[in-house]
Design a protein around this ligand. Structure first.
Ligand code: GPW
Length: 816
């Protein structure tokens, strides 16, 4: 809503609307529960956003402008109600309205279940980008899947992770979504390819043997302080109606695969893997379903706006969020060749100027490949098209490097060493006009280590766009006290222009400001401590350093390095009479992919260590360890404002960017981190004195590997480290059951410590000692914390989106 419309907002009409929605839900105001009121509130607000969504969709200026289509298998949007109230500028007036109904707004907002339609950073980035597109009014549509169940809910049973399904929509449905049955499409799978002759030409035509309907649900992405609302369009898989079922060959329908994969299963659940490719058929079906429905919808919009097919790249650009939607490239080719009957060159000229690809990882196990035989069976026509793309591409390679078989081998879309596999990243680079990494260091490594030959073949195609986070959710909404403090000093423009935070730096040495800043931090720590007390029954000291590592559980992120440090602090407290430390609470929150055994072992170990330390009276409140279960966006909103220390400790070269690092720095936490991902750029912005860098850098890692790394050496030479590791083998943390934590010990001692935890341990401890020393000088610490908030304006996702707009997409903002 524009400021003018907010002024005109009719509070009493809104209250009436809320009561009407409550009635439609089958409740009376006298007996309704908080949940019922929350649903009524959401539905009453959604009336406004749906109106603006439809109006934005029908805006002629937007139809005549270029749009970006953000294709992602994940959108980790988090709760919408509070955030939308902020964007609509209605937070305060709605708080009044619900107050007059005898309710509390924050209580109602707590009733909302997070839509957890993503795993971690990649999905959350997509959500921040949609927010920034709408805030800056760059025409955009987000395309994703309408999973019935989002990321599993996590609980612990005696320290071990348990998974439960996440029915985020609950029985009443999610109040913010609108179903768009008129935009339903039919998506094919399996079958065969036929040759058809027409007017002396032969064409190929795919005859699928399984068809599934794609019906979209739109979620409103509300522009900050504007009436621009873009759709996040999520496709749901549905069985064809029995009526339509008659229409096609019953014999074909009983396909061998039909039994286990029926339409109702297709979008049942989000695959819970992060940075890992599991290669399941149903996942490839999800990917194709998502791509085909999205490409179909993009073409529909393009043609309905009256544009020529050949002008597609002038009006639509398609951003592929990692390789998960790669199959959209051959799908667009198929439609252009077989349905619109364009020639190959014409079709390729369109497709190859429409797609752009973002790479989010260098980890080999996360680079997607699909078995050629599976793809040929599920998508026979697409496999033909991929072969043709590859054939023509390899001719270009031959031109550039005549007779160079090795280059042909590494660049080919098909990996033919062993079972023949389709390399999705290669297909993406070939089919896209731009490729980008997500932080400066990462993009360098993409060019140097992952795609050096592509970089030589297509100079300039591989670029960098450093990630960002939306300051609306990750400061204004989640940290209202700090937001108000900032606004008092520098005005209210910063949520839309985060570079302005720089003006806060002038108060870094101001004793009063330091006190107020730290008082805000203390209140946020108290809010988290209250949550921990009522949910986990652990009492925390808010004077302690709140040391936070919150992210997916992965070996490369090295939660076990953090754990070794915690154990060593515990042992020193017990064994060294003169050891003194500032009190600390070490927070962990992380989900492990259900099939990732070592990750689950690390969670179990952290829980066991926490249990022992928290119940050891000798430790008192010097050290506490808290593992917060079921990490999700709404939990991050409570933890991040309370963090003093942000743990960003991946092995150098492994974390593409990280975005939690940006969120915590923005909220005044100091980073302890390696020279990895966006940590490098955070250091550039905040300065060396305001960050704790430790460990091997990318070159150091390479050198150590070349010399031959032996974790045994660090173990034998460092008594603190040895003692910490040995405690994993005895009964210290698992009374009566020695050896339960052995998998963690083995991962670094017998499996060769692939992520160099032991190599970095000593310097990690040194950096934590520096933190301990600096935290004791409250004024110095406050100065550093303030400078973190002040100097990370670069990491607004508004800036990331402007980089995409200027360097890749070439869009114009359309102000409504
Ligand atoms: F493997 N990321 C993620 F690249 O959260 F696909 N899930 C994933 O499956 C992948 C990447 C994938 C993350 C990166 O690990 C993180 O460093 C980055 O900040 C984030 O994507 C957004 O770019």
């Amino acid at each position: 809503m524009t400021p003018k419309q907010q002024h005109a907002f009719d509070k009493s009409a809104f209250k009436i609307s809320m009561v009407q929605h409550l009635t439609q839900l089958g409740h009376a105001p006298e007996t309704a529960q908080q949940r019922d009121w929350y649903l009524a509130l959401g539905r009453a607000l959604a009336e406004h956003t749906t109106g603006d969504l439809v109006a934005t969709e029908n805006d002629q200026a937007i139809k005549q402008a270029k749009s970006v289509n953000y294709l992602s298998l994940e959108f980790l949007i988090g709760r919408l109600t509070g955030n939308n109230l902020i964007s609509m500028g209605l937070y305060d007036v709605i708080a009044e309205a619900v107050g007059e109904l005898g309710l509390g707004l924050t209580d109602l907002l707590e009733q909302e279940r997070d839509p957890s339609l993503g795993n971690g950073g990649l999905g959350r980035l997509a959500a921040c980008f949609m927010d920034s597109l709408a805030a800056q009014q760059y025409p955009a549509v987000g395309y994703g899947l309408h999973y019935e169940y989002g990321l599993f809910r996590q609980s612990f049973d005696q320290g071990a992770q348990q998974e439960a399904p996440d029915a985020w929509r609950e029985p009443e449905g999610y109040p913010w979504e609108v179903v768009r049955p008129d935009l339903t499409q039919t998506i094919g799978f399996y079958g065969h390819v036929e040759v058809v002759e027409e007017a002396g030409h032969t064409y190929r035509q795919w005859v699928p043997s399984l068809k599934i309907q794609a019906m979209p649900w739109d979620l409103p992405i509300v522009g900050y302080q504007s009436n621009t609302v873009y759709p996040l369009r999520l496709w749901e898989g549905r069985a064809l109606t029995p009526f339509a079922l008659d229409a096609f060959n019953a014999g074909e329908y009983t396909h061998a695969q039909q039994a286990d994969i029926d339409a109702g299963n297709l979008t049942k659940v989000l695959y819970p893997n992060d940075n890992h490719d599991a290669g399941k058929t149903l996942r490839l079906m999800q990917q194709y379903f998502h791509s085909a429905a999205s490409v179909g919808d993009i073409l529909r919009r393009h043609l309905e706006a009256g544009h020529a097919l050949a002008a597609l790249p002038e009006y639509e650009t398609i951003q592929l969020n990692d390789t998960h939607p790669t199959i959209a490239i051959p799908e667009l080719m198929r439609v252009l060749l077989d349905d619109y009957r364009l020639g190959w060159d014409e079709a390729w000229a369109i497709a190859s100027r429409t797609f752009a690809y973002t790479n989010h990882t260098l980890l080999p196990e996360a680079l997607e490949t699909w078995s050629e035989s599976l793809m040929a069976e599920l998508l026979p026509r697409h496999m033909e098209i991929i072969f043709e793309i590859n054939h023509r591409f390899l001719q270009d390679v031959e031109q550039k490097w005549p007779g160079d078989v090795r280059k042909q081998q590494v660049l080919s879309v098909i990996d033919d060493q062993g079972e023949r596999m389709v390399r999705m990243a290669n297909l993406c680079v070939i089919g896209s006009y731009a490729v980008n990494g997500v932080a400066a260091l990462h993009s360098q490594l993409v060019k140097r280590d992952l795609f050096p030959e592509f970089d030589a073949l297509y100079p300039g195609r591989i670029q960098n766009v450093t990630n960002g986070i939306t300051p609306r959710r990750w400061l204004k909404f989640c940290n209202p006290d700090l937001s108000n403090l900032i606004s008092e000093k520098i005005g209210e423009q910063w949520p839309a222009q985060l570079e302005q935070l720089e003006q806060v730096a002038q108060y870094a040495d101001d004793a009063d400001f330091q006190k107020t800043f730290m008082a805000v931090k203390k209140r946020n720590k108290q809010r988290l401590a209250d949550w921990v007390k009522s949910n986990l029954d652990i009492t925390l000291n808010t004077d302690a350093i709140f040391d936070v590592q919150i992210k997916r559980l992965h070996e490369y992120k090295r939660q076990h390095l953090n754990l070794l440090h915690v154990i060593s602090l515990y042992q020193r407290l017990l064994n060294e009479p003169n050891f003194d430390m500032a009190p600390r609470v070490v927070f962990f929150a992380a989900k492990a992919a259900p099939g990732y055994e070592l990750a689950k072992s690390i969670i179990f170990a952290i829980n066991k260590v926490a249990e022992t330390i928290n119940n050891d009276p000798r430790v008192g409140d010097k050290l506490k360890v808290v593992f917060i279960p079921d990490y999700r966006v709404s939990m991050a909103e409570i933890i991040i404002p309370a963090a003093d220390v942000s743990e960003q400790i991946s092995m150098a070269g492994k974390e593409a960017s990280g975005t939690g690092n940006m969120k915590m720095a923005l909220n005044g936490a100091l980073t302890i981190g390696t020279m990895d991902g966006a940590n490098v750029e955070i250091r550039e912005e905040v300065g060396d004195d305001n960050i704790y860098i430790f460990g091997l850098d990318v070159d150091g890692v390479t050198e150590l590997r070349q010399k031959g790394y032996q974790p045994e050496t660090a173990y034998q030479n460092q008594p603190l480290l040895k003692a910490a590791l040995d405690s994993l083998l005895d009964e210290t943390f698992t009374p009566g059951q020695p050896g339960l934590l052995r998998p963690v010990f083995d991962s670094v001692m017998t499996s060769g410590d692939p992520y160099l935890c032991l190599a970095d341990f000593a310097d990690y401890v040194r950096a934590h000692n520096d933190i301990d020393r600096d935290y004791r000088d409250m004024s110095q610490w406050a100065r550093k914390a303030i400078l973190n908030t002040a100097l990370v304006g670069k990491f607004s996702s508004d800036r990331s989106i402007r980089d995409y707009v200027n360097n890749i997409w070439q869009l114009k903002a359309i102000k409504r």
